[in-house]
Ligand binder design. Structure first.
Ligand SMILES: [Zn+2]
Length: 227
């Protein structure tokens, strides 16, 4: 392909609407990148496919709150016709997705070590950077650090830094020890990330995790915090 052709393709691609897919559970259509792809293996088991590239037959789940609330074995039963009679119960699948999200989060954090600002002082320093920020607190971060950083985020949005891009604040399901170990540190109560693409993925994984966690109950949350 000639260079000019390549450019043309890039342009057409960027003008195109993002690829849409339908959630198998609630039938809502959504941008493909905002849905979790699930694949069915040869044994009829369903697994999350975070790369969205595995060659097996895929289906998509939106993991929106309303969708999750309405999920049941019955919703999965509809899939048996198209996929396999070996499909798990919703409770099993839910737990499997949750566990794999936790693993995926560890991997992502690990890969983002270099672009992270770790600890309260480093995170506060990032407030003066105009790039978009994702600030992640440990589940057991103290009130003082939460308040200080949330205040700074509010001021950043209002004050002289209002030209700065969005700063998203999230509380992770990971405790300071687990968050630290994912980042190759001792304990980390707060961390800020400024990278583009993995940032969105990280954000999405955290949101999915939280939705599933509230569905699965607090006992699971504790398991992850101490894991
Ligand atoms: Zn859905």
């Amino acid at each position: 392909m000639k260079l000019a052709d390549g450019l043309k393709t890039d342009l057409t691609m960027s003008q195109k609407k993002p690829v849409q897919r339908t959630c198998f559970a609630c039938r809502q259509t959504e941008e493909k990148s905002k849905l979790l792809r699930l694949v069915v293996d040869n044994d009829g088991q369903i697994w999350p496919d975070f790369s969205a590239k595995l060659p097996s037959r895929g289906l998509y789940l939106c993991l929106q709150e309303a969708c999750l609330m309405a999920m049941s074995d019955k919703s999965l039963y509809r899939l048996k016709r198209d996929f396999s009679p070996q499909l798990p119960q919703w409770e099993v699948l839910q737990q499997r997705i949750f566990d794999m999200l936790a693993l995926r989060l560890q991997q992502l954090l690990n890969g983002m070590k270099r672009s992270s600002a770790v600890g309260r002082d480093a995170v506060m320093h990032q407030m003066w950077d105009k790039k978009s920020l994702l600030i992640l607190f440990a589940a057991d971060a103290g009130d003082a650090v939460l308040r200080q950083i949330n205040d700074a985020v509010d001021k950043r949005a209002l004050g002289e830094m209002k030209s700065a891009k969005h700063a998203e604040v999230m509380v992770s399901l990971l405790g300071a020890k687990a968050l630290g170990s994912a980042l190759g540190r001792e304990k980390v109560s707060v961390v800020a990330f400024t990278e583009g693409n993995p940032l969105q993925k990280l954000h999405q994984i955290c949101i999915w995790q939280q939705r599933l966690a509230s569905l699965l109950g607090n006992n699971k949350e504790n398991k992850v915090t101490h894991g």
